[in-house]
Design a protein around this ligand. Structure first.
Ligand SMILES: [Fe+2]
Length: 324
């Protein structure tokens, strides 16, 4: 449910006249144009020379991808007439993201998220599967806060530590084969979510290690259940390049309330997804463009359970792995 913007479609003659109107004192420069110029005034053979420098031992896939990358990046630089100063600002931006990243924080991934790249790659990756007649559960971005090796728990255990009642939620459902509808035994659900203050445990020194994370393995019935929190919308971290970029683009940093799931099962494709709270105000305007209609669910009041005030029922449908 990413925002859909109208494509800018100006005919070439319109382009030049509008660019002229936008020019300072009526003097248009190529930077005034919002569309791609068809020609440029730079060395016409330069890009091809760079592409041709790739050696014969390069794999076909890498050759294809890097050739395309060089072409697009060079076109980008020419079209916008990027100066050394502007290019160096971009380099410093990327370097800063690298310096901020470690095994608990992935600023590079977050940067990709705010420009929609992870959601786009997610869509591309699962396109073939989703074109089938019936579909497995939709995917959504992994995001930068996943941690491997979360604690393994028995079904029905709470992943909430040291957070008082109020929005505790019983979360349950079935993991199924999307074609047969049969329950899947041995599926591992790796779940994680932010606390009420909007912070994941690795961002928050007041939470215990691996708080609000856990792994659960289904039995023969494919069922899973655990106690978590009704999720909270939260701002993505604003203290790094991704936050700075959002500010420069005059955008808010909020993500709609969600719970993350990474589900693996023998002989099935893994599923990375998120389940969203239908009542959240940011569903239409997610800072990282990850919301899909089929992943929006109802958190309903739960009665007669001293351990939870809400309940979420959500089934997951996995696609069989392709046979080698
Ligand atoms: Fe998240």
């Amino acid at each position: 449910m990413a925002k859909v913007s109208q494509p800018l479609t100006l005919a070439p003659e319109e382009t030049s006249s509008k660019a002229n109107m936008n020019g300072v004192n009526g003097n248009s420069t190529p930077k005034d144009s919002a569309t791609t110029p068809r020609t440029h005034r730079f060395d016409p053979s330069f890009t091809q020379n760079v592409i041709n420098s790739t050696g014969p031992k390069t794999s076909p896939r890498l050759r294809k991808v890097i050739t395309s990358l060089i072409q697009h990046v060079h076109d980008f630089a020419r079209e916008n007439e990027i100066t050394i100063e502007e290019w160096m600002a971009g380099v410093n931006f990327i370097n800063e993201a690298g310096r901020m990243s470690d095994d608990r924080r992935n600023e590079g991934q977050l940067l990709c998220d705010v420009i929609g790249l992870e959601s786009l790659v997610d869509e591309i990756t699962y396109k073939l599967v989703s074109e089938a007649e019936s579909t497995p559960t939709a995917t959504a971005v992994l995001g930068p806060f996943y941690r491997a090796d979360a604690p393994k728990y028995e079904m029905g255990t709470s992943i909430v530590h040291n957070i008082p009642d109020g929005d505790h939620t019983y979360i349950h459902g079935v993991v199924k084969d999307y074609q047969t509808g049969e329950p899947i035994e041995g599926a591992v659900l790796d779940v994680w979510q932010a606390a009420r203050n909007g912070l994941y445990e690795q961002q928050d020194p007041n939470q215990v290690d691996f708080n609000l994370r856990g792994r659960f393995t289904t039995g023969k019935d494919g069922r899973y259940s655990f106690y978590g929190l009704r999720p909270t919308s939260y701002p993505i971290p604003q203290d790094g390049p991704a936050g700075k970029l959002l500010e420069l683009l005059d955008r808010h940093p909020m993500r709609p309330a969600h719970i993350h799931f990474l589900i693996t099962a023998p002989n099935y494709k893994f599923l990375v997804t998120q389940v969203f709270d239908r009542n959240d105000r940011y569903l239409e305007d997610d800072a990282v463009f990850a919301v899909k209609e089929s992943l929006i669910a109802d958190f309903v009041p739960r009665k007669n359970d001293p351990k939870a005030q809400f309940e979420l029922t959500f089934d997951f449908q996995l696609a069989a792995a392709e046979k080698a």
